[in-house]
Ligand binder design. Structure first.
Ligand SMILES: [Zn+2]
Ligand SMILES: [Zn+2]
Length: 267
């Protein structure tokens, strides 16, 4: 049984609640057995278990403790040059990096988040400027009554708000981090398929096979630059970025440690 199956026990409303074992595992495990196994796994792989539950939105508390554990880990492995550059702000920097690294890791579930462009409404108010023309009779001092009537065109800009569908989320109000490969991480290799005459798949070039869009590290760079104004792009790439990426990987490593601990416990 995989850790993933445990989630059903945390979301009692899901229709398959209760005896998860019925479908996959030959031995009959009750919800209580499973929760006991989760407890034991937690004692062996606290970080990984919290990270796993946090990314699946089981509890807010797990999010805090994961970010906290990640911050502690970041403190331990801070490169000297990063510490030097951050100076007094190091503490803040580590918290920010830990939070962002966690977000990055949490995206792997194909989670959705509220669209920030429309604040989840799916529609946005767009200002539309239209130019209105009107024609009216020009007023000229009448030199001669026989002169034909003359007209002038006046134009003025009118600003109106129009509700339009939000382009960022296509009106859904939510943005999914899933890659266009539908989260599979694999796409059809058209060239090879043609050559071999049978479908050949390759790693999706958009997501490098991970199935979701990662938070670009430039987001973290900008956040840190706010705290450390002297930070240069090259120093970020050389010293900070590898450090930041280690934090996200740490979550994956700890999660797989929890997965292993769980499979030992559940046997
Ligand atoms: Zn939107
Ligand atoms: Zn992809």
């Amino acid at each position: 049984m995989k850790l993933e199956n445990v989630l059903k026990n945390f979301h009692p409303k899901s229709p398959t609640f209760g005896n998860v074992a019925g479908c996959t595992s030959p031995d009959r495990l009750t919800g209580t057995d499973i929760m006991a196994a989760v407890g034991m796994t937690e004692s062996q792989a606290e970080f990984g278990m919290a990270a796993f539950l946090a990314k699946n939105d089981v509890s807010e508390e797990d999010k805090f403790s994961t970010v906290e554990a990640l911050t502690q880990y970041a403190k331990k492995i801070t490169p000297k040059l990063v510490a030097k550059a951050a100076g007094k702000k190091l503490g803040y920097c580590l918290i920010i990096l830990a939070k962002m690294a966690f977000e990055d890791y949490a995206r792997s579930v194909g989670s959705v988040c509220r669209c920030s462009a429309c604040r989840g409404k799916g529609m946005i108010d767009k200002k539309v400027t239209t130019t209105k023309y009107s024609t009216r009779e020009a007023i000229f001092p009448s030199f001669s009554k026989r002169q034909p009537k003359r007209y002038t065109n006046t134009e003025r800009d009118v600003v109106e708000t129009e509700r339009v569908i939000c382009k960022s989320c296509n009106g859904k109000g939510q943005i999914t981090h899933r890659c266009r490969c539908k989260g599979r991480g694999k796409v059809l290799d058209e060239e090879q398929t043609k050559l071999q005459g049978a479908p050949v798949f390759k790693d999706c070039p958009r997501c490098q096979g991970i199935g979701f869009k990662r938070v670009p590290s430039s987001v973290a760079y900008n956040a840190i630059k706010h705290l450390v104004p002297d930070l240069t792009q090259s120093s970020w790439s050389r010293n900070w970025k590898p450090f930041y990426e280690k934090l996200a990987s740490k979550c994956f490593i700890e999660e797989s440690a929890a997965e292993q601990a769980f499979s030992r416990v559940i046997k």
